[in-house]
Design a protein around this ligand. Structure first.
Ligand SMILES: Cc1cc2nc3c(=O)[nH]c(=O)nc-3n(C[C@H](O)[C@H](O)[C@H](O)COP(=O)(O)OP(=O)(O)OC[C@H]3O[C@@H](n4cnc5c(N)ncnc54)[C@H](O)[C@@H]3O)c2cc1C
Length: 249
């Protein structure tokens, strides 16, 4: 079995988000980068499949060379091979087209992506890949079983779950539930040593700038307003503030 896990490299969740150049660019000064957490669930699920049924796991990132340590981490966790398509990853559709082209030139049984990146939160890349390649798509996947040639996925929908049966290959946009948080694999010392000799292939591409929208500026969310304390007995003041200040009544 051949499994592809797409890895998005995102700022650590504890990073302080700032913008520069008149709020047109993300300021990554002092920011630590990590594997997108949704991709970690996918990578661990791929490792479970490998351990149960045998598989080769390739991890793929569209990005610049500063992402290589993150790909090495994925290799240390248990992937067999890493590929980086050397591109600035400047737009979800371009990223999806590059992944789709890579997939179309190889044979994968499963294409795992996270359900969304935690930086730009587009939630677009996996759906685009499935659409471009005309493949079945399990979105917001919280469970997956292999039953011979049929893949059964459990997917989160508004107020419930749906169970789907699909043939291979399929695109899976995974999240927590595919595996549990306590099952996530972390690199061991042996894994880190082995990762050094695993292949990390870099593929050069010409950046496709057609069909892109351009990020013109960012805005941070409004800061939290000052908290007003009132006496618990003073219901009329509470009603007054909710009505006239917060304007929620
Ligand atoms: C320097 C820089 C400039 C940018 N400029 C623009 C811009 O001008 N316009 C714009 O629209 N966006 C821009 N972006 C955003 C960037 O293109 C998106 O973060 C990226 O394409 C992923 O899109 P998404 O958030 O929709 O991913 P999602 O669809 O939320 O990601 C879901 C999953 O898809 C996979 N995936 C996503 N991205 C990658 C990747 N790069 N490699 C491998 N797998 C991936 C992962 O499995 C991820 O969990 C910029 C980003 C950077 C770093």
């Amino acid at each position: 079995m051949e499994i592809l896990v797409c890895i998005s490299v995102v700022p650590d969740t504890t990073s302080k988000i700032k913008f520069k150049d008149d709020s047109t660019k993300f300021d990554d000064n002092g920011v630590t980068y990590i594997i997108n957490p949704f991709d970690e669930f996918c990578l661990t699920k791929a490792i479970f499949i490998k351990e149960n049924s045998g598989a080769n796991i390739t991890v793929l990132n569209i990005g610049e060379s500063k992402n290589d340590p993150i790909l090495r981490k994925a290799l240390a966790i248990g992937a067999d091979k890493a590929v980086r398509i050397d591109s600035s990853s400047s737009n979800s559709l371009t990223v999806a087209k590059q992944i789709a082209k890579f997939v179309s030139e190889r044979n994968f049984d499963f294409i795992f992506c996270g359900k969304e990146s935690i930086d730009y939160n587009g939630g677009k890349v996996p759906g685009y890949i499935a659409a471009i390649l005309n493949l079945p798509f399990a979105n917001a996947c919280i469970g997956m079983e292999i039953n011979g040639e049929t893949i059964i996925t459990k997917n989160e929908i508004d107020n419930g779950t749906q169970i789907c049966e699909s043939p291979k290959p399929l695109v899976i946009a995974g999240q927590k539930g595919l595996v549990e948080e306590k099952e996530l694999r972390i690199p061991t010392m042996r894994g880190i040593m082995m990762a050094r000799s695993k292949p990390l292939e870099v593929i050069g591409v010409e950046n496709d700038t057609s069909n892109q929208h351009v990020l013109t500026s960012f805005e941070l969310p409004e800061g939290k307003k000052e908290c007003k304390m009132i006496d618990s007995e003073n219901v009329s003041e509470l009603v007054n503030l909710l009505k006239n200040e917060a304007k929620v009544l």
